[in-house]
Design a protein around this ligand. Sequence first.
Ligand SMILES: [Zn+2]
Length: 218
Amino acid sequence: MILHIPHAGTNTLGRNIEQFDIDYLTDWRTDELFNCEFATKLVFPISRFVCDVERFPDEYEEMFKIGQGICYTKGTRDNDIEVIDKEGILKIYDKWHLDLILLMNETLCYFSKIVLVDCHSFPDKEGYPDFCIGTTEQTPKELVDLVQDFLTDYDVKINYPYSGSIIPDKFVGNANVFPIMIEVNKKLYLNNEDDFNKIKIVINQLLGVIAEYEDSFE
Ligand SMILES: [Zn+2]
């Protein structure tokens, strides 16, 4: 299993990013929240406001049109963000994706199937669930059912308010790679340490169930 954690980073590489933006849209502490002894964890250290590794290249990215492609030019309150050294940022982006592909290739040398878990959190809004599970065409239904069955104490929605899950182009259509996104509502874990510890255990157990599923193919 691979845990891909793209939005926990707060390093702005010295860029002038408003604290409000960082506070609101960083997936705070997801690097601590998602743990599994059977997984390799990839934590992107740079703030999404400088380099968002979850975005597609500009020409294919819907969010690019509103200033939030790989390099954000707009903050969360329509404030402008100055992009410095876009070329250098794109190199960081490419290197990250190459590293992910190499790790997946390597993992497939040892395991017949990989679950690629895209790990996020999101700010609460009216009508938003506790957990949002994102899927792609190659996410097995059994895997989604397992996750939903495990989280019966929570309000879980599939592909709402966010949809999809990261999958490098090279592995689209590869029947040995199962992408799934797990997004946690920040209200569940960010208010106090007790909540945080509780959700950390829930997620650890959930990832254990996913690891068992992955193992069942061996
Ligand atoms: Zn995120």
